[in-house]
Ligand binder design. Structure first.
Ligand code: AP5
Length: 191
């Protein structure tokens, strides 16, 4: 049986999910509240590396759809075993060459059973700028309109995940130079 709070944090690549999570966990630590943060993409990547099918994490979204689903399922099963407060850093949808792949299809939600799904969002021009300045990743080159479409589509998908599980959906804005506002909202949610 699962114990502990399960918080799924999503947002388009480069919106600042990991930055907000790390700062929030630091703030909570000072209050004696602890969460384990799990990056879903890292869990999938470890499985994919064991199978020698990718060289870097940005190749995963280009894999055959069925292979991505199988990696997804295995990662969800691994994460579901954790019996404590956890933050799952992942994606509402993944932009693949074949279209948007649901990041939390029914078989993943059945394993994770989230209490809340957070959508981290910001203005599309800020996301574009953040992606362009990150040289450590092989980002897909998308324009302002495509990022806007992706953020909107993620809201639709979060609503459907909420219908399916009964979890709440929280939208947190992570605006340029206002990281502390996003962190304060996240900390409030995680307390
Ligand atoms: P993952 O590693 O999660 O990819 P990602 O979304 O690209 O993650 P990033 O860590 O790059 O972005 P971020 O939003 O966390 O931004 P960051 O904090 O770094 O996933 C990898 C792959 O795994 C996916 O492509 C997919 O294939 C697969 N995957 C994952 N989950 C899946 C699922 N459920 N199903 C199927 N596949 C899945 O910040 C970015 C930059 O912005 C930084 O430079 C930061 O300093 C800056 N920044 C952040 N906040 C601010 C601010 N307020 N002001 C100014 N700058 C800011």
């Amino acid at each position: 049986m699962s114990i502990g709070k399960k918080v799924v944090i999503t947002g388009v690549p480069g919106v600042g999910k990991t930055t907000v999570i790390d700062a929030s966990m630091e703030a909570l630590k000072a209050e004696g509240i602890s969460y384990t943060s799990i990056n879903f993409g890292t869990c999938m990547f470890e499985v994919a590396c064991d199978q020698s099918i990718v060289n870097d994490r940005d190749e995963m979204r280009k894999l055959d759809q069925e292979v991505q689903k199988s990696l997804q399922k295995t990662a969800a099963q691994v994460i579901a075993k954790i019996q404590e407060n956890i933050i799952i850093d992942t994606h509402c949808t993944v932009s693949t060459p074949g279209g948007y792949l649901p990041g939390l299809p029914s078989w993943v939600l059945q394993e994770l059973k989230p209490d809340v799904i957070v959508l981290v969002e910001t203005d599309e021009d800020q996301i574009l700028k953040r992606r362009l300045s990150d040289t450590t990743r092989s980002r897909d080159m998308e324009g302002y309109a495509a990022i806007k479409d992706h953020q909107r589509y993620n809201r639709y998908m979060a609503a459907s995940y909420s219908m399916f599980t009964g979890c709440t959906v929280k939208i947190i804005k992570n605006l340029d130079f206002l990281l502390e506002n996003a962190v304060s909202e996240m900390v409030e949610l995680l307390r």
